[in-house]
Write a protein that binds this ligand. Structure first.
Ligand code: DGI
Ligand code: FE
Ligand code: FE
Ligand code: FE
Length: 187
């Protein structure tokens, strides 16, 4: 496995300075959420740090990997918003030599969420949304809810992301909608 300074150097060289700052913020927030939810803080911090490793990989490279590395070919109908989690794990394993299945699953689910979410999946999904660099309207409410109850945070994010995508008439990834039907609804 790579040393932490090697991982940091590769991460930094694979993205813009702003994206790198976001990853540091997600890492710190993931550590805090892990503490609150009795999860391994170092593992959460690492998962948060690398979650967007592949966010800025070239579109052509993604298309090639989807075609040749055993991915669902339906992914070709989507874009980097969806690819960088689900397909991003290919680059994380290849370049960062991180193979921990819990970490890879959390990266895979960090944009769309899923019907089944482990504590680490929820930590990375929520840390991504509420890290200190985020400033959208509602972020303070999202932070308050998430620190009180992470499951309610997941529901809040899914409801707000769906609303945002629908307002823009964007295509909804079916897994995002399936996740909303589990975590987003009031019962
Ligand atoms: O990578 P980040 O910007 O830090 O955050 P992210 O991985 O949560 O990605 C957020 C973007 O992904 C945001 O612009 C909304 C978009 N997204 C989330 N779910 C869906 C989606 N885009 C589409 N088209 N469909 C979805 O279901
Ligand atoms: Fe992301
Ligand atoms: Fe997110
Ligand atoms: Fe992110």
């Amino acid at each position: 496995s790579l040393s932490s300074s090697e991982i940091i150097a590769k991460e930094k060289s694979n993205m813009t300075a702003d994206r790198f700052e976001h990853c540091i913020g997600v890492s710190k927030t993931a550590r805090k959420l892990a503490e609150l939810n009795h999860y391994d803080v170092d593992k959460a911090a690492l998962a948060g740090f690398i979650h967007d490793y592949a966010k800025q990989v070239a579109v052509d490279e993604y298309r090639e990997v989807i075609k040749t590395q055993g991915f669902d070919q339906d992914l070709l109908n989507w874009n980097r918003s969806i690819w960088h989690g689900i397909v991003g794990t290919y680059f994380i394993q290849r370049d960062l030599k991180i193979n921990d299945p819990e970490i890879l699953t959390a990266v895979r689910k960090h944009t769309t969420a899923d019907v089944e979410m482990t504590t680490l999946d929820k930590i990375v999904f929520m840390a991504d949304y509420i890290e200190p660099g985020r400033s959208f309207s509602g972020v303070e409410e999202a932070r308050k809810i998430t620190y009180a109850n992470i499951n309610q945070g997941v529901g809040y994010q899914l409801a707000h992301t769906l609303k945002f995508l629908i307002d823009k008439r964007n295509k909804i990834y079916p897994r995002t909608l399936d996740a909303y039907n589990v975590w987003g609804i009031n019962e």
